[in-house]
Design a protein around this ligand. Structure first.
Ligand SMILES: Cc1cc2nc3c(=O)[nH]c(=O)nc-3n(C[C@H](O)[C@H](O)[C@H](O)COP(=O)(O)OP(=O)(O)OC[C@H]3O[C@@H](n4cnc5c(N)ncnc54)[C@H](O)[C@@H]3O)c2cc1C
Length: 340
């Protein structure tokens, strides 16, 4: 938005918070940064379009955001193991359609470079050469630097109320902050995830979102000396992402738990994604975060509620992946309003 010449103010009580993964974090700080765009199971509709567009945009955005101190890159490939024969046949179909997008089949009995280093495949899987992972902490740091360069104003405050502002022409808004300050804005883009409902209800909108908790762990192998050669950037097994880090270290996540309180049982389940590997490993640290999932409608919510009030939120499990396509959608809506 700032690149397009708009004057932006970013208001979030968390905007100056440390970028790390300890304890309970907001959705973005908790994220693992996995980008599963081209492995998406459907080949039509909004969800597929947003994924494809995001993957293309990420490869254009990264060179613009990277610096020698914050070297950003999409690490690839991503391998996904099938969890049933049925899933494997769906994968085979997908691979046929998307060879030009870097998808290949991994068959259980055929020799492949990963056979000896990864946990055993039961039903086969697929490899996606363009999907992978971006380090979400580096990414946020890089974005913050880019915002400063573009003179984006950052306000570390909570918004407590939004009100239509008739003193401004056409579509103006009053933004009430917790510190009692009132700001006047031409356009509001709400990206407030689980805080959205409270701001919209008094304006007569019902946009429901529920918290879905996610836990992740960083583990260290106690005995093996592993440098993860012949491992992909991400292995998805039984719904969990296994992400090799420095020697002997790995990130694993994330659980899907309704509500806001982390459970114990899910951590044990996570270890089942690589039982042999994790038999002799200890948890270095763990964290959890909340994802905002729209109720009774698909994620994400991209909607113009009225002139100057735009919703781009509720990204649920794919907020990092979909960030560029969401931002482009918002930019387009703002452009359309300006052209009217
Ligand atoms: C453990 C875990 C792993 C994940 N892994 C991945 C992954 O690998 N890949 C992927 O793409 N996605 C992943 N996600 C999902 C991803 O993190 C989210 O979809 C994404 O972070 C959502 O971003 P957001 O900015 O919409 O919401 P958030 O990051 O939750 O940010 C919402 C912000 O709004 C602010 N806010 C709310 N109300 C107000 C208010 N009234 N005034 C001011 N500010 C307000 C909050 O302070 C907060 O900073 C994961 C999530 C979790 C929990």
């Amino acid at each position: 938005m700032a690149n397009l010449g708009h004057q932006i103010t970013l208001i979030d009580s968390e905007v100056a918070a440390a970028i790390n993964q300890s304890g309970r974090r907001t959705g973005t700080n908790a994220s693992l940064g996995v980008l599963m765009g081209y492995t998406f199971r459907r080949s039509s509709g909004r969800a597929w379009r947003l994924r494809k567009q995001s993957m293309q945009l990420w490869s254009r955005w990264i060179p613009k955001l990277t610096t020698p101190e914050l070297p950003l890159a999409i690490k690839s490939p991503l391998i996904k193991f099938a969890s049933s024969e049925k899933e494997f046949s769906s994968m085979a179909k997908l691979v046929k359609e998307r060879q030009d997008l870097g998808l290949k089949l991994l068959e259980e009995k055929k020799e492949n470079p990963f056979n000896h280093s990864l946990p055993q495949m039961k039903y086969g899987g697929l490899i996606s050469n363009k999907d992978g992972r971006i380090d979400p902490l580096l990414l946020q740091q890089a974005l913050k630097i880019a915002l400063t360069k573009k003179n984006v104003q950052k306000i570390t405050e909570k918004v407590i109320k939004l009100e239509r502002d008739s003193s401004l022409s056409k579509s103006g808004w009053k933004v009430y902050l917790k510190n009692k300050e009132i700001l006047h804005m031409h356009t509001i883009v709400l990206c407030s995830s689980l805080g959205t409902e409270k701001l919209l209800n008094p304006l007569g909108y019902k946009v429901e979102m529920e918290p879905i908790l996610g836990q992740a762990i960083s583990i260290k192998l106690n005995s093996e000396n592993k440098n993860w050669s012949n491992w992909p950037a991400v292995l998805v097994n039984q719904g969990f992402n296994l992400i090799p880090q420095d020697q002997n270290k790995m990130l694993i996540g994330a659980t899907i738990e309704p509500g806001k309180i982390p459970g114990k049982i899910y951590l044990d389940k996570m270890k089942e994604a690589a039982p042999e590997l994790l038999k002799n490993a200890s948890i270095e640290y763990q964290w959890y975060g909340l994802r905002g999932r729209p109720v009774n409608r698909p994620a994400p919510i991209l909607e113009v509620l009225e002139p100057g009030l735009i919703l781009a939120t509720g990204h649920y499990r794919n907020g990092v992946l979909l960030a560029p396509a969401s931002a482009e959608w918002v930019a387009q809506k703002i452009q359309e309003t300006q052209n009217k």
